[in-house]
Structures are given as structure tokens and as C-alpha cells.
Design a protein around this ligand. Structure first.
Ligand code: HEM
Length: 156
């Protein structure tokens, strides 16, 4: 299916990290449904619930699902990025991910450049790791380290 046919978050997470894990002898990146691989944006997390999002003002929460589990270094490296949610307030927001049963971790803040007044298409930029987000990556990155930009696409 063409990724323009459904609402989703196109987000490669962090290309240098994926490359690093890919370079490890036992490095793996396991995809969990319904995430999709994409040529354009690396990965697409389909929208699971956008009920709370107000397209008029561009505020609310968009919940996406699917995940990717990075492993390597004989089990010492385990980084799971799953079910990202965008908490959007106009042209800024917070990206959180699942962190165990009913828990969320605020991973990064971002800026949004909207393409349209209806708040359907945007580019998320300047993703800056929170302190907890930096810890998730074994503190190999410091707080504020930039993650890859994302593309937000909402239809219907
Ligand atoms: C046996 C344990 C480990 C060793 C020997 C190790 C070694 C390294 C080395 C040599 C680099 C630099 C790679 C490069 O510049 O190409 C690196 C980068 C990195 N490591 Fe590890 N590492 C270990 C464990 C971990 C763990 C447990 C995590 C996270 C949970 C982690 C996360 C990272 C990250 C995020 C980078 C930066 C990747 C980038 O370039 O963006 N490492 N590590």
C-alpha cells in the first residue's frame, strides 16, 4: 500500500543509530506490526487514534502504533521504540513512546512546520532528546541530541 493512502508518522528515528546497530556483528532491528518500511521516510507508524486531535487549531494527541526493537552487544544493547504519540500544541510538541504496561516515556521535543491550514501535513523538526530519552540510548547521546525529522500525514 502506498504510504500516502493512510494516516501515518514517517520517522526514521535516528539514522546514525540504525547504522551503528547494523554494523554490530549481532545487531538486529526487529519490526513489530503495524509499522511499515518506507523508501521515503525509512519507517512509517500508522495512525491508531487521532480522536483527540483538533485539526482547526492543530492541538491534541495523535497516537501511532507499531514498533522497532534494536538489539546487539550480546543483549547489552536493547532499545525499543514503540507506539509513538505526538502531543501537539500548534507548532511545537512532545514525542512519547511506550515504556512498559500503561507507561509512557517523553522521548523528544520537536517543532512542527505545517503545510496546510487544515493541519493535516507537517514536517517535525529539531527533535531534541529529553534527559530520559538520552538514558534510553545508554547515555551515549546527551540530552538535546537531535533525532531524525519526521513527516506527519493525516487523511480523511
Ligand atoms: C559492550 C558494550 C558496548 C560497546 C563496546 C559499545 C561501543 C560503541 C562504539 C565503539 C561506538 C562508536 C561507534 C561509531 O562511532 O561508529 C558506540 C556508539 C554508540 N553506542 Fe555503544 N557500545 C556498547 C553498548 C551500548 C549500549 C548498551 C547502548 C544503548 C543502550 C549503546 C548505544 C550507543 C549509541 C547510541 C551510540 C552512538 C551511535 C551514533 O553514532 O549515533 N551502546 N558504541
Amino acid at each position: 500500500m502506498d504510504e500516502n493512502d493512510f494516516s501515518g508518522l514517517g520517522w526514521p528515528i535516528k539514522t546514525s543509530f540504525a547504522r551503528y546497530v547494523g554494523s554490530l556483528p549481532d545487531g538486529r532491528a526487529a519490526l513489530r506490526d503495524p509499522i511499515k518500511a518506507s523508501q521515503r521516510t525509512g519507517l512509517v507508524f500508522p495512525l491508531a487514534d487521532g480522536g483527540n486531535f483538533d485539526g482547526g487549531s492543530g492541538t491534541g494527541v495523535l497516537r501511532f502504533s507499531g514498533g522497532i526493537g534494536f538489539t546487539g552487544h550480546f543483549g547489552m544493547l536493547r532499545v525499543d521504540i514503540a507506539d509513538p504519540w505526538l502531543r501537539i500544541d500548534g507548532d511545537t510538541g512532545i514525542l512519547s513512546i511506550a515504556a512498559g504496561a500503561d507507561k509512557r516515556l517523553d522521548l523528544a521535543s520537536f517543532r512542527l512546520a505545517w503545510d496546510d491550514a487544515a493541519h493535516r501535513d507537517a514536517r517535525g523538526e529539531a527533535l531534541a532528546l529529553t534527559a530520559a530519552g538520552a538514558e534510553l540510548f545508554g547515555s551515549a547521546y546527551g540530552e538535546g541530541t537531535e533525532l531524525d525529522s519526521f513527516i506527519l500525514h493525516l487523511i480523511g
